[in-house]
Design a protein around this ligand. Sequence first.
Ligand code: PEP
Ligand code: MN
Length: 360
Amino acid sequence: MNTTVTSLNPILIAGPCAAESKEQVLSIAEQLQDLPVTYFRSGIWKPRSRPGTFEGIGSVALAWLNEVKEMYGLEPCVEVANTYHVEDVLEYGIQTVWIGARTTVNPFLVHEIAEALRGSHVQIMIKNPVNPDLELWIGAIERMTQAGLTVIAAIHRGFSQYGTHRYRNDPAWEIPLELKRRMPNLTLLCDPSHISGNRSLLLEVSQNAADLGYNGLMVETHHQPDAALSDRPQQITPRAFSELIANIIWRNATVSDPIMKHSLEQLRALTDSMDHRLLQLIAERMKLAEKIGKVKKEQDIQIYQPERWNEILENVKQWSNELNLSSDLMSKLFEFIQQESIRKQSMVMYGKILDETTKQ
Ligand code: PEP
Ligand code: MN
């Protein structure tokens, strides 16, 4: 299993949520030293939701991180959230930092950090903002690169949500995947610790990330997780980290076998033609929506009829179940179809579609 991990070279970042004492930091590093760890992470200044909890040990830990590098050969990285943090990091010669989710949301802070780092050779990783806003995430990356800095990775740690859910933070996988589509050369890492908030879910989130083509993981690792001063339920021991990475299957991005490659291409061509047919069907359905719109206009009735929409959703759920499709996802798909149908009907109401069709 280990050979699967190392042969594809995922970037693996491990280390505690927060540095708590020199002994703690060095003990974790010692236990990680023989594992394929690319960076040793440690929070020093902790952005806690509520005051009165452990807010980090502060810059004294930067010296410990340099010892981690000297004694165990692990490259340290820390979170910086303001220009004072940057000053300390530069003073101690730390080469890699990350911007946390609560900082990425704030363009003023991101700009100030970028300016404070300008001219340095510090490498940066940028976590997604706490809110599901891709433009903010991209904006933070751009602010760093425009200051001449090197962004080595984006880190997906999920998005805040209210109430109790399976995961601490909503992964909303479509957002990082869209980031990857728009910035294909950017290294994308997953932080399953902050997504899941629970060590028992780390493997499922990590495997999902590996299956989606992520380039690596950041995992909170502590020598005594249950005694950690922050994020206790999600931290794992270095030994559990070693088991975790041994169990993740990192698949190849492309097929090398020519026969399999050919059959994959054929299947993709079929998928493309089916997608085309799906869109043609939707277009036909929209023609019906326009006809319905005309009747509604003539009868002067509202475009949106809640009972009818409920009826459609009930059908979708029943048919999805019969067809072994996720009724939740198919309901979402139909929300979009319904939106397009309402858009077409309101265009009919206001005469635009009628004008366009008469021209054809
Ligand atoms: C962290 O990595 O410890 C941290 C505070 O994460 P986030 O910014 O993702 O909340
Ligand atoms: Mn944490």
